[in-house]
Design a protein around this ligand. Structure first.
Ligand code: GCW
Length: 838
């Protein structure tokens, strides 16, 4: 095959569908390299030889990955060599390496350090596609870019590209025992039983996925760092992880505890200004770099949520960060010091107390005091990854300090990878927020890129928490968040549509119907989740004292955690105004502060974050606040309820394994959205005393409460909090023999779907049997792996689950029986049965 003069490989849309014969686990993520339909493959008239001029492991990865991907998608073989083969070739290398082989080639312009350029070039009768990287990493990113275009059947054209900023890292909150804090996809790929795993195959596969979207760093242990992290023996073990990442240009870094000089080094103190402490950090850095020459640096969480910090000695975060940074500096390492410093013992009775103020209050005065290789890592919002928050005012307050934005890929407050929530639209809102610092355009993206205030370092950190689940993040749709994070870190100007469209094509193929449906589902999924969880900037409304998953509304109030919304029977919302509230709004630059301070201009989406208002307060769209809460929750639950049927239109167009896995997730989400809807709307109705104008809230004519059915063995119990069970009650079977609930139906004859709401605990696997007139019509086991990574023994909004059977013909006078067989400590709990006419 000869290359053409130009790289015009037009093959934009082929309607030929490759049948999905093979089940897929999702382990390849977006790097499936599915074979292109022949007609599409033929459009790519590419050289069939790859020359790798560089010798580093990363340069070799670039060449072998290009060969692997092109072979898999186009069917031809692409041999790799280090010398020119005397035929048309790809030539990969840095400009100097390439010129060595092709002296007559002139680099178009020097690529940025991690950037690349692709150009065609003819010499001695051969055509070359020259992929030049500023470094070997740049080459690797260029190779992945070519493959991504081919996989989407898009044109590969000459051009160049470079990443937005130098810091493009993931953080993993993995513990040495193999658990992952806020991880929802199985155990750690790095650690087990207090050690680095023997088999690190998944680590190198992870490195490949990260590199494919331009991520160049990974912090592998929890920010709540194990005190053994810097033990000499542990460093040796950790070096193996760095080795596994190295061929993919991913530099390993570590979370460290500031008390390490004392705990690991046995010094008397960890006071950052003590010279012995400085020496200890220097020696430790030297030791690490001997074992890990490309070590990235340290992430530090201090003086927050029980971690010790410089406050113990009356020192500042700048003093703490700098002593560590000076140890790393000779080796090229950096310190990411987290801006997530707050007091979790705030006084609820103090109306001026406000957790949201903490970032600014703790760091603003230190601007300019941090060393050049320190970066302040700031969560995108001032609280903690809620479904909706304004951006942290700290971004605009630091003008002489490097900054990175911390985004949470793992869905801690957004459905824990049991709900589909594509987070890129949320991140875009944060990145696109123009903070108007110095009364000029300063969008958050440009601040963290270092452009707005001319800072040398900065960028993006994503808390990923992938696990050993074959598909990395448990929900097949959740991988779009890891992919999207990388793409945004590379270029925050990409649109949500561009990102999701590429991800869908790479993940599920180019069939227009698949692309249309998946894009549509993902693009709106954050909005849908927000609609049925926490409205108007109030916070997610999950149980913040538990696992942060199901509803648990008042858990946010009357404690020291400061996620308050200060509801009483008159009104709701945190007054953060300068005029009458906590003054938080005054932390924003004046133009933005003015918008938030006034009820007229404050966007409704942030209303309850910024203001305290009565329940009948009228929103911009003319609805009262409380009616908006009712309507939005019914709308959100109904949209989530449409996911299964929309997904079903793709049957046969996606391999069965991922099809059924995703369908199961959507069915679960549809049921769980109803728990959310009912909990939030009932709670608002009770506290406000204002009924739903449409009469839906608290009235469920199709529902039969379990506690009202005729019971044999079952007993009624109160559920806490009350809003997470229908009528506040459930029934449990506290004996080893099965229990039954029976009712005589008086419904009009017809075809019905029957839903049973029960609680699925991790403590056992109860069995349920639904019988109509004594004959079994459905049988299932309560065996879901719901998010509680630790056993949650509660009947509540996190364990509440819905089972539905459709197409059942019912007649008036029929007898419906539910038989529950308890197992271990799970008492076959039931909340209600609902009959919906189809
Ligand atoms: O939101 C909180 C999480 C903690 C986490 C902390 C942090 C790792 O619930 O699990 O600790 O944020 O970001 O440090």
């Amino acid at each position: 095959m000869r290359a053409g003069n130009a790289l015009s490989l037009l093959a934009l849309s082929f309607l030929l569908i490759v049948p999905y014969a093979h089940p897929e686990t999702g382990e390849q993520g977006w790097l499936r390299y599915a074979a292109l339909p022949q007609q599409a493959a033929r459009q790519y008239r590419m050289p069939q030889h790859i020359v790798a001029t560089g010798q580093s492991a990363v340069a070799r990865s670039a060449a072998t990955e290009l060969a692997r991907g092109l072979h898999s998608m186009l069917g031809e073989n692409f041999p790799v060599s280090s010398t020119l083969p005397g035929e048309d070739s790809f030539v990969l290398g840095t400009p100097t390496e390439i010129q060595h082989l092709l002296p007559s080639w002139n680099a178009p312009s020097a690529p940025a350090p991690e950037g690349f350029s692709l150009a065609t070039f003819a010499a001695q009768g051969h055509h070359y596609w020259v992929l030049a990287g500023g470094t070997d990493r740049g080459e690797l990113y260029g190779a992945f870019r070519i493959l991504e275009l081919v996989a989407q059947q898009k044109q590969v054209s000459p051009g160049s590209d470079a990443p937005s900023s130098p810091i493009r890292w993931v953080n993993q909150w993995d513990n040495f025992d193999g658990s992952i804090e806020r991880g929802y996809a199985g155990r750690s790929i790095f650690f087990d039983g207090g050690h680095v795993r023997a088999d690190l195959t998944r680590v190198s596969e992870y490195g490949r996925l990260l590199a494919s979207v331009g991520i160049n760093g990974a912090t592998v242990n929890n920010v709540n760092s194990d005190l053994r992290t810097l033990d000499p023996q542990m460093i040796k073990e950790l070096a193996r992880i760095a080795d596994a990442f190295r061929p993919w240009g991913v530099r390993m870094s570590l979370s460290v505890d500031l008390s390490s000089p004392l705990v690991v080094g046995h010094l008397r103190t960890f006071d950052p200004v003590d010279p012995a402490v400085a020496t200890w950090w220097r020696n430790k850095a030297d030791e690490i770099y001997k074992a890990i020459p490309d070590f990235g640096g340290f992430v530090i969480k201090a003086d927050s949520e029980g971690r010790v910090g410089p406050s113990k000695y009356g020192r500042t975060p700048a003093q703490a960060a700098n002593v560590v940074a000076r140890a790393l500096r000779p080796h090229g390492g950096v310190v990411l010091y987290r801006g997530f410093v707050y007091n979790n013992h705030l006084d609820w009775n103090d109306l001026k107390a406000d957790r949201a103020r903490a970032g600014y209050d703790n760091f603003r005065a230190l601007d300019g005091e941090f060393d050049r290789n320190v970066i302040i890592q700031i969560k995108h919002g001032p609280i903690d990854f809620q479904v909706r928050e304004p951006v942290s005012p700290l971004f605009a307050a630091l003008r002489h300090t490097n900054q990175a934005i911390e985004l949470q890929i793992t869905q801690e407050y957004t459905g824990q990878q049991r709900h589909m929530v594509f987070l890129v639209p949320m991140w875009k809102v944060a990145l696109d927020t123009d903070m108007r610092a110095q009364n000029r355009s300063t969008p958050v993206s440009e601040i963290v890129e270092g452009k707005s205030f001319h800072q040398p370092l900065g960028g993006f950190v994503g808390v990923a928490n992938v696990g050993l689940d074959a598909n990395w993040l448990h929900h097949p749709m959740a991988m779009a968040n890891l992919y999207g994070f990388g793409r945004l870190a590379w270029n925050p100007e990409l649109t949500t549509r561009q990102i999701i469209d590429s991800w869908t094509r790479l993940t599920f193929g180019n069939d227009p119907k698949v692309v249309f449906i998946v894009n549509g589902l993902q693009e709106n999924s954050w909005r849908v989740y927000e609609l049925y969880t926490g409205p108007l900037g109030i916070g997610t409304l999950t149980n913040i004292l538990g696992i942060h998953y199901g509803p648990g509304i008042e858990s946010a109030e009357r404690n020291g955690w400061g996620q308050w919304f200060r509801a009483d029977n008159k009104g709701i919302g945190m007054d953060r105004t300068v005029a009458t509230g906590t003054g938080y709004i005054g932390q924003y630059p004046p133009e933005l502060a003015k918008i938030y301070e006034s009820l007229e201009t404050c966007p409704d989406s942030l209303l309850l974050f910024m203001h305290h208002v009565p329940y009948d307060y009228v929103l911009h769209d003319g609805k009262t606040l409380v009616q908006y809460v009712y309507d939005s929750h019914y709308e959100g639950a109904s949209l989530a309820g449409s996911y299964p049927s929309r997904w079903k239109t793709l049957h046969g167009l996606i391999d069965d394994q991922r099809y059924y896995e995703t369908l199961g997730m959507f069915e679960y989400q549809a049921g769980h959205a109803i728990v959310w809807r009912d909990a939030v709307t009932e709670w608002f109705q009770r506290i406000s005393g204002i009924p739903d104008k449409l009469g839906r809230v608290g009235h469920y004519p199709n529902r039969i409460e379990a506690e009202s059915m005729q019971a044999d063995g079952y007993t009624a119990v109160d559920v806490t909090p009350w809003e997470t069970a229908s009528g506040g009650k459930a029934v449990v079977c506290n004996r080893s023999a099965p229990c039954t609930l029976t009712t005589r139906l008086g419904r009009p004859d017809g075809i019905y779907s029957i839903s049973v709401r029960y609680f699925d605990l991790r403590t056992g696997v109860s069995q349920y049997d639904l019988q109509l007139n004594g004959k079994s019509i459905a049988h299932w086991a309560a065996n879901a792996i719901l998010p509680p990574a630790t056993v949650d023994p509660h009947l509540d909004g996190s364990t509440s689950t819905l089972f539905t059977v459709s197409d059942i013909r019912l007649k008036s006078g029929d007898t419906l029986t539910l038989r529950g067989t308890p197992n271990q400590a799970e008492p076959a709990p039931v909340d209600y049965i609902e009959l919906d006419k189809q």
